[in-house]
Design a protein around this ligand. Structure first.
Ligand SMILES: [Zn+2]
Length: 169
C-alpha cells in the first residue's frame, strides 16, 4: 500500500505567481541548524542553489514548514523537493518525520523537505488529494514527479528518492 499511481493529480504544484526569481530576500525565515558545526542559520526560500552555513560553508539540511500561503515560494527550489503531508495525530507521520530529517542531512545541498500540516492547511491537503497520510510528494522544478503514500523505512525511501537527488536542476 505504498504506491498509489501518479495519474490522479498531476497539477503543477510549485507555481509562484509574481515571485521575482532574481530575489532571494522574500518569503518566511526558517532556522536551519548546521549538521557540521551546529550554527543556527536564518534562511529564506530560494529557487537558486541550496543554503550553506554562514560559519563553516557546508550545505545545510534544508527542512522547512510551509502553509497554504507560503507553499508556492517554499516549493520553488532548484533541488529536489519532498513535500511531507502530515498531521499531529498521525502515528506513521511521526515515524517518517525523523527519517526525512536524516535524509535532509545525508543529502544536504541536493534536497529540500517542505512539511505541511494538512489539518492547518486545507487548501494544500485538497490540492494534493491527501486523503491518507503520511503522503510524500516529490517535486522537481515545481512538477510532481512521484507520490509516496504511507510510511516507508529509511533504506526503501532512500532508494526511491535517489533518482531525483542525482540530477540537479
Ligand atoms: Zn556550519
Amino acid at each position: 500500500m505504498t504506491a498509489e499511481g501518479t495519474s490522479s493529480n498531476e497539477k503543477s504544484a510549485g507555481q509562484t505567481p509574481g515571485a521575482p526569481s532574481a530575489s532571494s530576500s522574500i518569503g518566511p525565515v526558517s532556522i536551519l541548524t548546521c549538521a557540521n558545526c551546529g550554527a543556527r542559520n536564518r534562511i529564506r526560500p530560494s529557487n537558486r542553489g541550496a543554503p550553506h552555513c554562514s560559519v563553516c560553508g557546508k550545505p545545510l539540511p534544508w527542512v522547512v514548514d510551509a502553509t497554504d500561503q507560503t507553499f508556492p515560494v517554499e516549493a520553488d527550489a532548484a533541488v529536489a523537493v519532498v513535500v511531507d503531508l502530515w498531521a499531529p495525530w498521525c502515528g506513521p507521520c511521526r515515524f517518517v518525520s525523523p527519517i526525512l530529517e536524516e535524509l535532509a542531512r545525508d543529502f544536504a545541498g541536493r534536497l529540500k523537505i517542505v512539511k505541511v500540516n494538512v489539518d492547518e492547511n486545507p487548501m494544500l491537503a485538497q490540492q494534493f488529494d491527501a486523503r491518507s497520510i503520511p503522503t510524500l510528494m516529490v517535486l522537481k522544478s515545481g512538477r510532481v514527479v512521484d507520490r509516496i503514500v504511507g510510511a516507508m523505512p529509511k533504506p526503501d525511501l532512500t532508494v526511491r528518492l535517489t533518482p531525483y537527488l542525482l540530477k540537479t536542476a
